[in-house]
Design a protein around this ligand. Structure first.
Ligand code: ZN
Ligand code: ZN
Length: 304
């Protein structure tokens, strides 16, 4: 009887926890330097697999705070090559090697990614020469990379998870993408850096979790500082985000890449958005984890 109950519990819990997509915001910020808000990196875990979307400043530190070692990251997807999204890449590449990464690092990024990665390996030439010889004798195969150039409609599939890249608008960046990540039950969309994008709306409809960027500046700031107006023009403001949420109606929206150009707090930004939408919206914080399942569960892995 006891065996039967255990078996039943196992079957029931397996069903409840099947297909969960676990999302951890490693970096919720922008190029601005902040202890609390590193620049953008998002970890997605599905089955036994870990996928890193962007590798912003301090990504490796945040991974370590999430109990993930440098050699455990083997798949990296890049939305675009703005420095705030790739500043932490060399740390993962080089330190993952020092931690004996056992397989090539798979990198999926826009045009220019191969040049970016090759240039980093070239820049660390002396370190690589030294560490691959005695006394460290690191296996040079741990530094191998496989690079796939993504494009609008690019698809990657692994263990029941599909990752689809779609082009967004982030001019003057020509090659900028968002990602739709889904299995047979759940769906997560990462907008990447973008201004208001019909493509994001198309891809997010019916999704469980939308992770969208946000930028805010008051009318006064925009008038006074033309540069602020320029920066805002290739990001998405509160009115536009509200419109996107109302059109896509995700179960939850998390606003990431939080850019406040006028000193507005997270609460100010959130309140402005809530004036325009009744759907569930939160502002991301570093190390916030979201379990996407039948009941979306949000928790913080660790205090900073
Ligand atoms: Zn950015
Ligand atoms: Zn950008």
């Amino acid at each position: 009887m006891r065996k039967f109950i255990f078996l039943l519990l196992f079957i029931v819990s397996s069903e409840i926890y099947a297909d969960i997509i676990k999302v951890t915001i490693l970096g919720s910020g922008t190029p601005r330097v902040s202890f609390e808000r590193f620049s953008q990196s998002i970890l997605i875990e599905h089955e036994q697999d870990k996928y890193l979307f962007d590798a912003g400043r301090g990504a490796l530190i945040r991974l370590y705070q999430s109990n993930i070692l440098p050699n455990e990251i083997k798949k990296i997807f890049l939305t675009h090559l703005h420095s705030d999204h790739v500043l932490g890449f060399s740390d993962i590449l080089m330190t993952g090697w020092v931690y004996h990464r056992q397989s090539p690092l798979q990198i999926y990024g826009p045009k220019g990614t191969k040049n970016f990665v090759d240039s980093i390996i070239k820049a660390y030439e002396e370190d690589i020469n030294v560490r691959s010889q005695a006394p460290e004798n690191l296996d040079i195969r741990g530094l191998q990379t496989n690079i796939d150039t993504i494009y609008d409609g690019f698809e990657y599939q692994n263990n029941g998870l599909t990752i689809e890249a779609f082009a967004v608008k982030h001019e003057p960046f020509v090659h900028a993408y968002g990602f739709k990540i889904y299995n047979k039950r759940y769906c997560v969309v990462i907008s990447g850096d973008t201004s208001y994008s019909e493509k994001v709306i198309e891809k997010s409809k019916g999704c469980d979790l939308l992770i969208h960027e946000i930028a805010h500046a008051s009318e006064h700031t925009l008038k006074k500082y033309p540069k602020a107006k320029g920066v805002i023009s290739y990001h998405t403001n509160v009115v536009e985000v509200s419109d996107i949420i109302n059109k896509t109606r995700p179960r939850l929206t998390i606003l990431n890449h939080v850019l406040s150009l006028d000193g507005s707090s997270d609460d100010d930004i959130l309140n402005a958005i809530k004036q325009n939408t009744e759907h569930d919206v939160l502002i991301a914080k570093d190390l916030m984890t979201i379990d996407v399942k039948d009941d979306i569960y949000i928790y913080k892995q660790k205090n900073l």
